[in-house]
Design a protein around this ligand. Structure first.
Ligand SMILES: Nc1ncnc2c1ncn2[C@@H]1O[C@H](COP(=O)(O)OP(=O)(O)OP(=O)(O)O)[C@@H](O)[C@H]1O
Ligand SMILES: [Mg+2]
Length: 269
């Protein structure tokens, strides 16, 4: 899952104000309230707090470094030695053929994929300890490729609140045309509405202090107008953005386009 330029207040580490405790969610926005109900729940997400002491640039955003990253699914090497540096505040479009490893690479950043060799640094920080993983998940907003609606009636409002900045997420939902659906169960939303809701949640995560946005085909389910809005919103956020997309308009708004093929990455623009 895009949006017009929003009034985002970039919350830097020392400017956090306490928000009501949101529902417990994993980085994909799935409630972990009944973990056994979800096949997609892989990590729990703590209450969103600003990422502390990362290398946040003045303009907002954390840098991102991949060093010889290899990701496997069993014997399959889905990502084969990726080296990439993304500057703070830079916007990267990641394209490539189906099955080339894009989703796996992004999930590895969040710890949702664990069969990983090499090094991934966000804001100069690794992920050896549980505390570092907790920080990583707060530092990175995430829009999944296939947002799960969940198996019990989680409300859209709860998804938005899990961002850690319910007001900002709610405002974004309004701007994205799904504000009035906040009291609906996620399972009752259409694919495009659900994607918009996840987009709004990501805006909330950024308002809550995330310095990186990882978005996996965030406009795939959107109508043409929605795609435009989504591209505008995503690329105007004051953070580092890595967006997997097959949408040329989205790619054109980014600073660089990278292409993945058979697990390898090359720069195309
Ligand atoms: N859970 C899994 N178990 C086994 N293999 C997997 C799993 N998830 C992905 N793969 C395989 O890993 C490779 C990379 O998949 P990935 O989802 O990262 O590709 P992608 O570039 O995001 O593709 P798409 O454009 O279709 O979304 C594919 O060959 C895929 O079949
Ligand atoms: Mg994918």
């Amino acid at each position: 899952m895009g949006r017009q330029r929003l009034e985002i207040v970039p919350i830097m580490p020392l400017t956090w104000t306490h928000a009501p405790r949101p529902a417990r969610m994993d980085p994909a926005g799935n409630s972990t309230a009944r973990r056994s109900d979800y096949s997609t729940v892989e990590q729990s997400n703590e209450r969103a707090r600003p990422p502390a002491a990362g290398r946040m640039s003045r303009s907002g955003g954390l840098d991102l470094h991949f060093r010889d990253v290899v990701c496997r699914h069993g014997r399959l090497e889905a990502v084969a030695g990726v080296d990439l540096s993304v500057g703070a505040g830079e916007r990267i479009a990641l394209t490539g053929t189906n099955g080339s490893g894009k989703t796996t690479l992004l999930r590895a950043v969040l710890g949702l994929h664990r069969q990983v060799d090499g090094q991934i640094l966000v804001g100069g920080r690794g992920s050896r300890t549980a505390a570092e993983w907790a920080w990583r998940r707060r530092a990175c907003a995430w829009i999944p490729q296939r947002p799960a609606a969940g198996r019990f009636p989680l409300l859209a409002r709860e998804l938005l609140a899990s961002s850690g900045a319910p007001a900002a997420a709610g405002e974004a939902a309004g701007r994205l045309g799904v504000g009035e659906l906040a009291d609906r169960p996620l399972s009752s939303l259409s694919g495009g509405q659900l994607q918009r809701m996840h987009l709004a949640r990501a805006v909330g995560c950024v308002a809550a202090g995330a310095g990186v946005l990882l978005a996996d085909e965030p406009t795939a389910a959107l109508d043409f107008e929605g795609q435009e809005e989504a591209a505008e919103v995503l690329t105007s956020l004051p953070v580092t953005v890595v967006v997997v997309t097959h949408d040329r308009a989205m790619a054109a708004r980014c600073d660089r386009t990278l292409e993945m093929a058979a697990g390898r990455l090359r720069e195309v623009r």
